[in-house]
Design a protein around this ligand. Sequence first.
Ligand SMILES: O=C(O)c1cc(=O)[nH]c(=O)n1[C@@H]1O[C@H](COP(=O)(O)O)[C@@H](O)[C@H]1O
Length: 270
Amino acid sequence: MTTQELVAQIKKKKSFLCIGLDVDLNKIPTHLLKEEDPIFAFNKAIIDATHHLCVSYKPNTAFYEAYGIKGWQSLEKTINYLNKNYPEIYTIADAKRGDIGNTSTMYAKAFFEDLAFDSVTVAPYMGKDSVEPFLAFDNKHTIMLALTSNEGAFDFQTKTVEGKELYKQVLETSKSWKNSKNLMYVVGATKAEYFTEIRKIVPNSFLLVPGVGAQGGNLQDVCKYGLSKNVGLLINSSRGIIYASKEANFAEEAAKKALELQVQMAEILN
Ligand SMILES: O=C(O)c1cc(=O)[nH]c(=O)n1[C@@H]1O[C@H](COP(=O)(O)O)[C@@H](O)[C@H]1O
């Protein structure tokens, strides 16, 4: 999906919500455990109940890889279900990859070609030649970690190196990479006070913003400093939406949580 198509969906749905499909078998309703594929059954119910309220879904691959081959098959079924039934939805494989060039090319093929996701998250630590293989794919986005939502972000990302914080160097340097138009960046919702500085470096780039909900990030604060002229934000919430209830009506309860965020987003976009 192109950035323009994503923006059009955001305007149409009055939503820049991304729902995280981080499925933990200990947290889903127990009646689903009898299903042949409980993870897919859970995702399908959540997607069917919430697709009109969000523009994106982000399965974090860790939650699938943890269940071995069966988990990977659940991931494949989930992306195929989305692509077939809701082609207007923007899909993110949250895999946080990145390696030497030929290995990154294989990671990119796995997520862009085999699984046909619209985007994948990558870590910037190995630098330009580890990210450019992802950027070579047309109409696919590479979402690079810039300033993450966790406490450990202060271990390296905010440290000053050669007179500038590392996360700013990541943002600035990456703008010169080949096909950098295909880049988006991750900035945690828990770091709202950094958005003004970030927007000075990447005024128009899309930012994937996790950390609203379970991690305590605030939607209003993020939007106050993070919105760009083309919206430029995808706000992710995973646990705060998908685990709203463990009862039979779990999907409806998840939709209520998604609606709460979508209503606030519609107000912000007005
Ligand atoms: O890349 C991410 O999506 C990510 C980056 C980051 O800085 N912080 C962060 O929480 N995430 C992911 O976003 C999701 C947040 O989940 P909840 O805290 O349950 O909403 C998880 O899948 C995290 O792995």
